[in-house]
Design a protein around this ligand. Structure first.
Ligand code: SF4
Ligand code: SF4
Length: 195
């Protein structure tokens, strides 16, 4: 025969109410953890994933971000341009020029894959989050807006003083030195001709 499995009441009558009141009293005396947004702006962590900024000067239209995006919400259009040879007798080269770069934030799931895979450091997380819209179609943002968000991207943390110079900075410095030397040589040549 099956035994009667009714739960037995625990404690004295009204003990549940007393426990509830105790929790309320404990919580009332603790510091509030809620923020009074929008009167008070939240103190966001530096690596907050708010929105994606585009530094389009770095974009080579390689399409890697659009291909790897799991939601297919990056739209890129481009055209080809022919670049004259760098030196006389050299070969002409062709390069892609960006016409459109847009992200549909109604589909984006903020996974960060596009930022991780971009080989040219053209995409960055910005902590900006105030871009809600009442119409879902307005959540597709074009390159101008993505560039505006670029300026809200926080600076990267300072390098350890003992760390090696990053290879990107070393390469940029080398290029800048080379260009400065070329410019100086051209200036010297021009002033020699004038004399
Ligand atoms: S964060 Fe993820 S979902 Fe959003 S655009 Fe980038 S790859 Fe696509
Ligand atoms: S991966 Fe980077 S460089 Fe390539 S298209 Fe996307 S943003 Fe541009």
């Amino acid at each position: 025969m099956a035994a009667d499995k009714k739960p037995k009441p625990s404690g004295f009558p009204g003990s549940g109410l007393a426990k509830g009141l105790a929790v309320t009293l404990r919580t009332m005396t603790k510091r509030s953890v809620t923020a009074q947004y929008p009167d008070v702006q939240p103190d966001l962590a530096p690596r907050t994933r708010g929105v994606i900024g585009l530094f389009e000067e770095n974009c080579t239209v390689c399409m890697l971000c659009a291909r790897e995006c799991p939601d297919w919400c990056i739209y890129i259009d481009s055209h080809k341009e022919t670049v004259p040879p760098a030196a006389p007798g050299g070969r002409e080269r062709s390069r892609h020029v960006l016409d459109r770069f847009a992200i549909d934030f109604s589909l984006c799931m903020y996974c960060g894959i596009c930022i991780e895979v971009c080989p040219f450091d053209a995409l960055f997380w910005s902590p900006e989050f105030e871009y809600a819209e009442t119409d879902i179609r307005e959540l597709t943002h074009e390159r101008d807006k993505l560039r505006e968000w670029m300026w809200t991207v926080p600076e990267p943390p300072a390098l350890d003083p003992a760390a090696e110079e990053p290879k990107e900075i070393a390469a940029a410095r080398k290029t800048a030195d080379k260009l400065a030397a070329q410019q100086a040589a051209a200036d010297a040549e021009t002033s020699g001709e004038d004399a």
